[in-house]
Ligand binder design. Structure first.
Ligand code: NAD
Length: 461
């Protein structure tokens, strides 16, 4: 069933009916409508069949649902989100989604298909060995690339109007990375005409998105019913904090997002860098440390003074000097991030956040180590993060972690080999994939050894 309410002039098509879109982008567009600006509305679709029950529930509720937000102090608020005016039913060929994307009224197509939905390797090139990518190269629409390629071909033939493609996933340089993947995909399909059309008729601004949105547990619907009287079949829950920074490069117009708190900037890079180093790296630090002392939840570990201090010192002593000057108030950002992590009502797990260390160290942590050395400073606080990860992986090697460790690029044999070697710390410190140029630095190896000793000392206290 397709639900079309008010005929709005401009459509924002979103692909990826997960929780995050409904707690984030849909909320901003709802706020605009609530302020009286009804020029834009959302049409919601999904590539995979896994959101069909949710899409059906939403369609029956005319696209409306309740968003519950909760502050670190436990104050809960409930808001009925009204920006989704069309719920696009899933079908095998995604025919309704393609038709929506080709309409001239559709001027922005955004997507949240998870980090893994871009199939990019360490060098950010398309993983051509992936089965879904291979199927899409033969004309399928199982991935964002096959779907967008088909949709844009259809659009080019039907009306040819330009459109903005807006990646809202947690990926560094997300617009650029998606565009690069899409172009590689089309080159493999030898779609020269479509590549030329995309170059002149689309834009892919980078965005930085932020709001911790766990998967809604059954008690969310119960609280929503209690607070609002509405038996919502599609409620969503997130933290009260929200942020969205977008490069202001829309080719076919955009909603007046600045009216509802979105930061429209020339370059998102400084915001993204602050988020990756202050939020994401501290998050991992807390999850690794918390796991090592037997804790399960992020808020418990953030509330443990010794662990919070590790994250605080890392940001204060090493990250802030690296990122200054910045358009952000980095001190305030650090404090807000630590407060958000301490929110006991979100119940985010150390297991979820501890994942993917082998990608996070080079992406989130090594740049700070390198920059400290470049300005003549010993990165003692930052070195504690890979030291924690080393001890964490030692537990993994000994089958002594309380949960399954998930890491998309884990080389299990190499890790076991490292811990079975005569000097595991030396092997770890010399890993170029983790530490880049520092892998050849004797002072860094020594610092890492001292930091690992500190972690072990802390654990025996
Ligand atoms: P979710 O599990 O609720 O939804 C995931 C969505 O992605 C579903 O619609 C699913 O069908 C789709 N999907 C998964 N793999 C896909 C693939 N390979 N190809 C196409 N579609 C695919 O997750 P969510 O909470 O909505 O989060 C989605 C993404 O949003 C995250 O991966 C992240 O990049 C971004 N994000 C989430 C949060 C958060 O706290 N949840 C915060 C910031 C950013």
């Amino acid at each position: 069933m397709s639900t079309s309410l008010n005929a709005s002039r401009a459509v924002w098509l979103h692909i990826g009916a997960g929780s995050f879109h409904r707690a984030h982008q849909a909320w901003y567009l709802h706020r605009l409508i609530a302020k009286g600006d009804t020029r834009w509305s959302v049409a919601l679709a999904n590539i995979r069949d896994d959101a069909t029950p949710l899409l059906d529930a939403l369609a029956e509720q005319n696209g409306q649902y309740v968003l519950e937000t909760v502050t670190p102090q436990g104050e809960r608020q409930y808001e009925t989100i009204t920006s989704i005016r069309k719920v696009i039913p899933w079908d095998n060929e995604l025919a309704a989604l393609m038709a929506e994307g080709a309409r001239p009224e559709t001027r922005v197509i955004s997507f949240t298909v998870t980090e893994g939905g871009y199939y990019l390797d360490n060098q950010f090139n398309l993983d051509q060995g992936n089965g879904d990518i291979q199927a899409d190269l033969l004309g399928g629409c199982r991935t964002i690339y096959g779907t967008i390629a088909q949709l844009l071909e259809y659009r080019k033939q039907l009306n040819g109007d330009p459109v903005t493609l807006l990646n809202c996933d947690n990926l560094r340089h997300n617009g650029e990375r998606f565009r690069h993947g899409l172009m590689q995909f089309l080159q493999l399909r030898q779609e020269k005409a479509l590549i030329g059309w995309i170059e002149s008729h689309t834009r892919c601004p980078n965005t930085m998105v932020d709001r911790i949105t766990p998967r809604p547990s059954p008690d969310v619907a119960q609280r929503v019913a209690q607070a609002t009287g509405f038996q919502d079949r599609a409620p969503v829950m997130g933290e009260a904090f929200i942020q969205w920074v977008i490069e202001d490069d829309f080719i076919a117009g955009r909603p007046a997002l600045e009216e509802v708190g979105v930061e429209l900037v020339e370059s998102v890079l400084q915001y993204e860098e602050a988020k990756i180093r202050i939020l994401n790296a501290s998050h991992s630090c807390i999850a690794w440390a918390g796991t090592l002392i037997g804790q399960s939840f992020i808020h418990e570990s953030t509330g443990t003074p010794a662990i919070c201090q590790l994250a605080y010192d890392y940001v204060t002593q090493d990250v802030i000097p690296s990122l200054t000057p910045s358009p952000l108030d980095l001190v305030a950002y650090r404090d807000v991030v630590l407060e958000r992590f301490s929110n006991p009502h979100i119940r985010d797990t150390n297991q979820r956040v501890a994942a993917d260390g082998f990608s996070k160290i080079p992406g989130f942590i090594t740049p700070t180590l390198q920059e400290c050395y470049q300005r003549g400073q010993v990165p003692a606080a930052t070195a504690m993060l890979p030291a924690l990860f080393f001890v964490f992986m030692q537990r993994w090697h000994q089958h002594n972690l309380p949960y399954d460790y998930q890491d998309g690029i884990l080389d299990a044999a190499a890790v076991h080999q490292m811990f079975n070697s005569a000097d595991p710390v030396a092997v770890f410190a010399a890993d170029e994939k983790l530490f880049s140029t520092l892998a050849h630095s004797a002072p860094f190896a020594q610092l890492l050894r001292q930091s690992i000793d500190k972690v072990n000392h802390w654990l025996t206290q």
